[in-house]
Design a protein around this ligand. Sequence first.
Ligand code: PMP
Length: 304
Amino acid sequence: MSQHLAKFRDYIWYNGQMLAPEKCTVNVMAHTLHYGSGFFEGIRAYKTADGRVAIFRLQEHVERLINSARMYYIDCPYSKQQICEAIITLVRENKFENCYIRPLIFVSEGFNTISITNDTKVNLIISSWQLQASLPTVSLSVSSYRRMMSSQTPMQAKAIGNYMNSMLIRNEAKAKGDSDGIALDMDGYVSEVSTANIFLVKDGIVYTPDMSSSILNGLTRQAVITILQDANYQVVERKIARDELYISDEIFITGTASEVKVCTHIDRLVVGNGDTPVADFVKDEYQKAISGKSEKYQKWLTYV
Ligand code: PMP
């Protein structure tokens, strides 16, 4: 097996079959390859404190996947239950203890024009691999690229085309020496990081851009809001002006891959005085939740 396929281990789930990664091929005239007509998820499985393996918020991720395609009038050919079972089988058969899981709906045969018709074949592929460890903190800068708005393209869909924008945001920030960029929405308010949501803390109150700020309503974002509210923090979802970033006491980002990460610098300015009590609390609680140490949040785990 070629070196770059080895990380996917023994199997990729492809339209109902568990196949060796090198057997998973795609037609070069696939609609998705030409027009970016695909939808994906990023899900994680973790080894829990009792030695088992659990998938975090599996049902919600699969629901979002099906809904992403739905917003483009594409029916996923598999049910929520079938996809959840496929993911569990894949993690088990690949013998992962910690992994990232990537379901991808894409459109292949039946290529004609930009239109997708009832004859166009809709596929689902699910791969899994181990994520590399990443730095615990990030430095961010405001991007020159804006986040699209829902009148242009559905922002609640994890559509692969949206990630061209994310790629430009990330690459521009990296070229400046930062870890990632923050996109403003089309009205100039803070939206989100390339592939993560953003939170600010000011005077003990937690703020995050609301749903009308072109964000993806991240599942980590929702979990973090629940964790904060359960601990009696006030969380305000509203429009956030760019300048509020520069006078925040704390900034942190959330996402399946990022988990919860403190932002140390924003546009080269140190965030607050460097103390991050709220972010540290969220980080700890989130770690407890994903590792099965929190009774209250067991509901977010599906054991493999
Ligand atoms: N925004 C974007 C654009 C993303 O790609 C992601 C990652 N899925 C997030 C936010 C965070 O979402 P989640 O917490 O569900 O991973």
